[in-house]
Design a protein around this ligand. Sequence first.
Ligand code: CU
Length: 382
Amino acid sequence: MMKLMQLKWLISFALITISSAAFAGWDDINLREGVTQISREVYDLHMLIFIICCLIGVVVFGVMIISMLMHRKSLGHEPADFQDNHQLEILWTVIPIFILVAMAIPATTTLNAMYDAGDAEIDIEVRGYQWKWQYTYIDDDPNPATQVKFMSNLLTPPDEIYNRAAKREHYLLDVDNPLVIPTDTRIRFLITAEDVIHAWWVPDFAVKKDAVPGFIHESWAIAEEPGIYRGQCAELCGKDHGFMPVVVHAVERPEYDAWLADQKQAAQQAWNETGKTWTMDELMTTGEEVYLRACAACHQVNGQGLPPAFPSLVGQGIAVGDIDAHIDIILNGKPGTAMQAFASQLSPSEIAAVTTYERNAWGNNLGDSVQPKDINSMLTGQ
Ligand SMILES: [Cu+2]
């Protein structure tokens, strides 16, 4: 049988081990404070409730362990035989009620503030796709085609993912086009999805919202410090769920205004170019660029695909068949397969270019092409 002395040593040893393990990497394992008022409130709540829980744990287990040691049979104690103790029962019901109410009041206040997404200065639509995000800066531009709107794709190359190359800094947490927002500005995120349920999560903003097809969920943030904030999709959404990070770039207001003006001009220019007649060279150059960015992950750089999962586009099938069917599968995808609809992800010019590219690359040499303005009239019915 264990002596009291030995037990004391054992307990202190266990406590020292656990606490030193925890404090060694406290910042690594703890919730982070983030850079918004809400994220700091969430952090403070988390610490408050964590400390309350620890205190309750110490008191309850302390009383329990001490009682067991002090009143054990080997010291000659006899078991008591009373049935209940009303005073004690009322006490251990009322005290926890007070503790719960005391925790609920600050928690509800913060939750209310989190859910109140009104009065935003800037509205940004966040749309989840398998497996990337799309950001649209909603403004009163009457022509949706010239709104600032872009896809945000993972930058980590497959070689690093499959251990054929050394992993970079920000492995799996880097994108080609980050979301750009101004600091000290109230921004509303309108979060939705195109295909399946995703979740947009930026820990430093304490923003984590499900992105559900057909629904728009709101959230908001005021970033107080410039910086790059990284997050991830937080809802299991298919095979590349781990490959759709969120990167937000918070910059000072003047820098944001300049960036937005550039983007607007680029969108306007892209729109102007939709109307002109493109040469074969222009279509092929843009087409290759679009293909490498949006299609090569499945159909491979050489167009051969990875049959049977991803069909080859070389010398066979739809890519060398009727051009309308070819355009159709790119615009609308093929439901139930990994071939998604690209109508909302690519501009009319990009769709025209990539279609033309597939029909004339890798020795397909069909010689035919399609113009951006034709794709645009298919999409708008004009
Ligand atoms: Cu996802």
